[in-house]
Design a protein. Sequence first.
Lengths: 114, 112
Amino acid sequence: SQTIHQWPATLVQPVGSPLSLECTVEGTSNPNLYWYRQAAGRGLQLLFYSVGIGQISSEVPQNLSASRPQDRQFILSSKKLLLSDSGFYLCAWSWDRGVNQPQHFGDGTRLSIL
Amino acid sequence: KQEVTQIPAALSVPEGENLVLNCSFTDSAIYNLQWFRQDPGKGLTSLLLIQSSQREQTSGRLNASLDKSSGRSTLYIAASQPGDSATYLCAVEGFTGNQFYFGTGTSLTVIP
C-alpha cells in the first residue's frame, strides 16, 4: 500500500529565517506530487505540483519554492520567511494516470512565524 | 476562475440523524469532484470521487451526487455517528490539468 510522510509536524520559525519542509511517498513510483497551504478560515490553496523529477509548476507567485530531487521526494523551501507564510502545509500525491485520480494527503505541517 | 462554496460552514446534529452537506462550483468544466474529511490538525482523507460523467458514488453510509450542469454536489451521510464529526471539504479538478479547487469546508458535529 502507499503511504505519504511529512515532517516536521509542527514548526515555529522567526521572520526572515529559512524553511525546508519535506514530503516522501512510499509504495508507488512516478506519482504526481502537490504542496498546498491551508490558512485559517480559507480553503486549500495549491502552491506547487510536480509530474516528475525536476519538474515543478508554480500556481501562486510567492517567496516559496519547491524541488523534487528524487522520484518520491518533494521539498518546500523558502530563503526568508514572512509573517504571511504561517499556515498548515499539506503534501499530497496522486497516480500518474491522467485525470480522475484521487488525491491522498499527508498529515501536514503546522508552521507558525513569529 | 473556478470558485467552490460550501454551505453551511458549520452544522450540529444529534446522533442517528441523516444529513446533507452541500458544495457548489461556478465553472462546470470539470473532470471530477472529490469529497474529503479532515480531522482537527490532520491531513485530508479522500472519501469519494465522482467523475464528471457520473451522477453519484456510494461508500458505506456515504452517498455523493453530482449535477455538473447546475454546479452542485451533495454529500449524504446516513445514520450519523459521533465519529463522523470532522470538517468535510469538496474539491473539483479543472480542465487545465492538475488544477484542484477546494471549498472552505463544513464543520460537522454529531452530538451523542
